[in-house]
Write a protein that binds this ligand. Structure first.
Ligand SMILES: [Zn+2]
Length: 635
């Protein structure tokens, strides 16, 4: 097999560039990385210079592993680790992956397991001769995170096989020289929802995003039925972020036999698994079409290769991928592809925010090289200008303060991922400072689970928030005001209790606990309903926002009752995780290097078209607003 030759060549290069005392016993593909097994403990501890040199020479990512014969017995290794790791690290579990030769240490304070400049980790590696990997124990318990970790733990042998197969495919010798590049819009162009882009060269096929349109029963899925798209030729799937309109259709690919990798950040993997499983639950409850099952989600988890921002990774013989922060939600990425060894560079923003939020840094705008940029246009129209963050927050605080002071309750329907956590941070700050009177803040629906995933990954949060959590030990997500609602019966007590704030899904009063809270709170004029996100036409949220007063609603027994809306209804704009028109244009002005061509997507028809023509006129850059099913040759 041709791919074996490449491995053989790599093995030779690696062996030749190392002294014999390195005692290399095996060289294997492990997804995009090359795993080098050694029998010499010293090499495993002091490997920095040698690995650096090797990486430079072969331009591949290297992971160094110990040969099974030298690893210390796990029982003994575990007690050794316990004596090395300080108690303050609060280690919660230690387990051994015999297939990869890794010991996974879960701790509440991973920094203390790593030690200054990695000194503690080195000591562990040197003494037990297993490769230590440290992961954070979620400060708030997360079912999703432990589910994913146990899948990877239990299926480690299968996972190793999958990685080897992926590695062989990535490192196959290219047949032809890459001389053309084209992208095909499979969904989410001149519309919002079901985003999917196919990128093709003579050698490779890559799918970027694979979403569903949750609001549409007519066209819910991307056009994978195009002749251009062949599942068995697909090299890789790249997911920018977890929202279902970007990730919701990925398990479907596995249902129909895809065996390749998904690349995304670890935060995206955790959040998209949560959202996909919920998507299945909702579809089952409402009797909708089920495109895949939890089994397919599990397959996706086993095939996902998490990447960090800035990590350059080979994903096909002629394509290198790097993810950059997109500032939209936790783990969201701008995708940068380097194609054909110097031939061409493409960046796709996904959903992005070019402005700092309470949660995240603003999107990255510096790239090593760039010819074409694909940019979202959700708020791309000239009048899509949002109020300043400070004013937006002040409006929210004002309503919360007034409502609680008059003895009322505030209901905020929110999206579970992103918006909810942003609002939590605002409430925490102003309640701590005494601006909002102290009251319980109830968190209902998937928000708690999504928040728990946020607390698992503080490394993705913005510098200010990280500083608070790490250096001052003040994690706002863990503040005492926040109360998780675990079952339906608690809701009755909450609505009949003292003044409070309730954050509940869904964001548009379409299903989820927010609907029930609304039914129970609507007829008291002391209460407030606060919309913090866009209300789509046709949803209950939209009708209430427009002033509908008498609404027939089903109660818990399934009987229809009339709900009379006497509570105050407020709409607060500006909490969006998307760039508004000004931020989109400022991003285009600042982006380096300046792209030759810009394609617009992810916006209503008129917004994609308007933004494309404005950019062309203003910045003299070639632009297009492709429609779904259009292919564009980039090179
Ligand atoms: Zn999004």
């Amino acid at each position: 097999m041709a791919s074996k030759d490449v491995l053989e060549e790599l093995r030779e290069t690696i062996l030749n560039s190392m002294p014999p005392k390195a005692m290399v016993t095996a060289v294997e593909f492990e997804g995009p990385e090359i795993a080098v097994y050694s029998k010499n403990p010293q090499i495993l501890i002091d490997n920095e210079d040698f690995v650096k040199e090797l990486v430079h020479k072969i331009r591949k990512r290297i992971v160094l592993r110990s040969d099974p014969s030298i690893r210390i017995d796990p029982v003994e290794a575990e007690s050794t680790i316990k004596t090395i790791v300080p108690e303050d690290a609060e280690t919660t579990s230690i387990y051994f992956d015999h297939n990869l030769g890794e010991v996974i240490i879960e701790a509440k304070k991973p920094g203390l397991v790593i030690g200054r400049n990695g000194v503690t980790l080195k000591e562990i590696a040197g003494k037990v001769l297993w490769r230590p990997v440290v992961v954070r124990t979620p400060p708030l318990e997360s079912k999703t995170v432990s589910q994913i970790r146990s899948i990877l733990q239990n299926e480690s042998e299968l996972r190793k096989k999958i990685l080897r197969k992926i590695g062989e495919r990535i490192h196959r010798p290219p047949i032809l020289k890459t001389d053309f590049i084209r992208v095909t819009a499979l969904g989410g162009f001149r519309e919002v929802g079901r985003t999917s882009i196919l990128l093709q060269t003579i050698e490779s096929n890559v799918l970027i995003d694979c979403g569903v349109n949750v609001g549409s029963t007519l066209q819910p899925f991307p056009r994978l039925d195009m002749p251009e798209f062949e599942l068995d030729k697909l090299d890789a799937v790249i997911i920018t972020h977890s929202h279902l309109d970007h990730s919701g259709f990925v398990p479907f690919l596995y249902k129909y036999g895809y065996e390749g990798p998904v690349y995304c950040t670890t935060a995206t993997l955790n959040l998209m698994t949560l959202l996909q499983l919920d998507y299945i639950d909702v579809a089952t409850r409402e009797g909708n079409l089920l495109p895949y099952s939890p089994k397919d989600v599990k397959k996706m988890v086993l095939h996902t290769i998490p990447l960090e921002y800035g990590e350059v990774t080979d994903i096909a013989p002629d394509i290198r991928l790097t993810l950059h922060n997109a500032g939209h939600i936790l783990g969201s990425s701008i995708v940068h592809l380097h194609i054909g060894d110097g031939l061409y560079n493409l960046a796709y923003t996904g959903d992005f925010k070019f402005g700092q939020s309470r949660l995240l840094e603003q999107a990255n705008y510096n790239f090593p090289r760039l010819e074409t940029l694909i940019i979202e246009s959700t708020y791309g129209a000239p009048n899509d200008i949002m109020p300043a963050k400070k004013d937006t927050e002040a409006s929210l605080v004002e309503v919360l303060k007034n409502t609680i002071s008059r003895g009322g309750k505030c209901l905020i329907p929110v999206l579970a991922v992103g918006r909810a956590q942003e609002i939590i941070l605002v409430i925490e700050e102003f309640m701590r400072r005494g601006v909002i009177p102290t009251a319980p803040v109830y968190i209902d629906g998937m928000i708690s689970e999504a928040t728990a995933i946020h607390t698992t990954h503080p490394e993705y949060l913005n510098a200010e928030l990280r500083e608070k959590i790490f250096h001052y030990g003040h994690n706002p997500f863990l503040a005492e005001y926040f109360v998780q609602v675990d079952n339906m019966n608690e809701r009755t007590d909450i609505v009949s209790g003292d003044p409070c704030i309730i954050l509940a899904t869904s964001g548009m009063l379409q299903g989820g606990p927010s609907v029930e809270y609304f039914r129970l709170l609507a007829d008291d004029p002391k209460n407030s309903l606060i919309f913090v996100s866009y209300q789509v036409e046709g949803t209950l949220g939209r009708r209430v926002q427009k002033g509908l007063k008498d609404i027939p609603m089903k109660n818990r027994d399934g009987k229809i009752e009339m709900v009379n809306v006497k509570m105050q209804v407020h709409t607060i704009e500006g909490f969006s995780g998307h760039s508004d028109r000004r931020q989109i244009l400022s991003f285009i002005q600042k982006i380096r290097p300046k792209p030759e061509r810009i394609l617009t997507c992810h916006g209503e028809n008129s917004k994609c078209a308007n933004l494309a023509s404005y950019i062309h006129r203003t910045y003299r850059i070639e632009t297009r607003a492709p429609a779904n099913l259009e292919s564009i040759r980039l090179k």
